[in-house]
Design a protein around this ligand. Structure first.
Ligand SMILES: Cc1cc2nc3c(=O)[nH]c(=O)nc-3n(C[C@H](O)[C@H](O)[C@H](O)COP(=O)(O)OP(=O)(O)OC[C@H]3O[C@@H](n4cnc5c(N)ncnc54)[C@H](O)[C@@H]3O)c2cc1C
Length: 383
């Protein structure tokens, strides 16, 4: 019998997993009734830096081709600055890219269009799941409408507040960063030129991500009071602060979008699996956006879980603990390393604690001076 997989959550990770399971019948349940459609002429205020590993996966799924290549900005070089003059740079090999900046809304649209075209996937929108159950024999989800869906495996792809995690009692640790991320797009006097830039400052971490043409997107992760202050500025004053924080290297700026705000927190799940259930994406780990790696980790979860399900023996069911544990084992090191690195960088470099100024500037200088450390960072960023 064809295995039935219930995916709770139709965000990027849940949709990618559904596309990656051609040997199964997959039902994706998504609470939001409609996908917010970005306006054709505007750049989405949410963008994602996608790694080469993610691009390879999206190509395997036939999703990458569904994106408009003219709206994607490759990142060939990364420049990281301290606020005391320290600087760290790394570049991709000739012809390669460290990452690609893609609009989140358009990526979601391409994933959903691909899932909708596949005969093994059914996506149900406007369907909030309110109860779940799972054991080695099978899994179920109950929707707000009263509908009950049965399957062999339940996948929690329902984001950092995962209801699957909560209702199935999967232990997790959570800690707010006491920071919020502001994101917005700007028109710049000078084109960013396929370079991403990041500043570690006393008032948080500011990233400038290139967009096609003379545009860029920012993520400013700042302590709450500073984020409140930035959010309260009018368009001119905000553009001035952003330009000033980056030493005006792209000249004058003009705000070109709304400003969106996201609270930041750390979520760690030591064992993201149990009989009949697996967590993927932000449901399994939430990381600080300073490394731009959250959804990249999630896509690799989806790839690994799909592989564990497809590679099971004829005697194993998809929800068997042995099967889902193979997935968890494959992802453990990568997720732990990324959580350790992003959390450590945030604690060490991006705070107003005594010593942080010297540390972030000395630290960047040391890494710049050590080719092996620079290469290790570039290699990790490119996975
Ligand atoms: C400011 C910022 C910048 C970022 N930049 C980057 C970046 O550059 N690169 C990168 O890799 N990552 C980045 N990230 C992280 C990235 O956004 C997340 O890792 C990613 O969105 C997680 O995807 P997901 O599918 O796991 O969860 P989500 O995107 O949270 O999707 C979960 C889905 O589940 C649905 N859902 C929830 N509960 C239910 C329910 N009960 N029933 C049915 N459906 C439900 C929700 O409606 C939602 O659609 C950034 C994050 C932030 C905050």
């Amino acid at each position: 019998m064809t295995p039935r997989i219930i995916v709770a959550g139709g965000g990027p990770v849940g949709m990618a997993l559904a596309c990656a399971l051609p040997g199964c019948e997959v039902r994706v349940i998504e609470a939001a009734p409609v996908r917010t459609q970005p306006l054709p002429e505007e750049f989405d205020v949410r963008v994602l830096a996608l790694s080469p590993g993610t691009r390879a996966f999206l190509r395997e799924l036939g999703v990458w081709e569904g994106l408009d290549a003219d709206r994607i900005a490759p990142v060939r070089r990364m420049e990281v600055f301290g606020d005391g003059g320290a600087r760290l740079e790394f570049s991709a090999r000739p012809g390669a890219a460290l990452a690609w900046i893609v609009e989140a809304g358009r990526l979601g649209g391409a994933l959903e269009a691909r899932a909708g075209a596949l005969s093994h996937v059914v996506v149900t929108r406007g369907a909030k799941a309110v109860a779940f159950g799972a054991d080695a024999q099978g899994a179920w989800a109950e929707l707000e409408s009263g509908e009950r869906i049965e399957g062999d495996l339940l996948v929690g792809a329902d984001g950092p507040d995962s209801k699957v995690r909560a209702l199935l009692g999967i232990p997790f640790e959570e800690r707010p960063y006491g920071e919020a991320a502001l994101v917005a797009n700007f028109e710049t006097e000078v084109a960013a030129g396929e370079v991403a830039r990041q500043w570690f400052r006393a008032d948080g971490v500011l990233a400038w991500l290139p967009l096609p043409g003379r545009r860029m997107s920012i993520v400013w992760s700042a302590p709450i009071a500073r984020a409140d202050g930035l959010e309260g500025l009018d368009a001119l004053a905000l553009a001035e602060q952003v330009a000033e924080a980056g030493g005006r290297i792209l000249g004058a700026m003009r705000l070109d979008s709304a400003v969106a705000r996201f609270p930041l927190r750390w979520v760690r799940v030591a064992r993201p699996v149990a009989p009949g259930v697996a967590l993927v994406g932000d449901a399994a780990h939430a990381v600080h956006p300073l490394a731009g790696q959250g959804v990249n980790l999630g896509f690799q979860d989806a790839r690994a879980l799909a592989r564990a399900i497809a590679g099971r023996s004829p005697l194993e069911r998809p929800g068997d603990l042995r099967v889902v544990r193979r997935y968890a084992r494959e992802r453990r090191e990568d997720v732990a390393a990324m959580q350790f690195a992003t959390d450590g960088l945030d604690r060490l470099f991006a705070t107003g604690k005594p010593g942080a100024y010297a540390l972030r500037n000395l630290g960047l200088g040391w890494v710049q001076a050590l080719p092996w450390a620079r290469n290790a960072l570039a290699r990790r960023a490119m996975r």
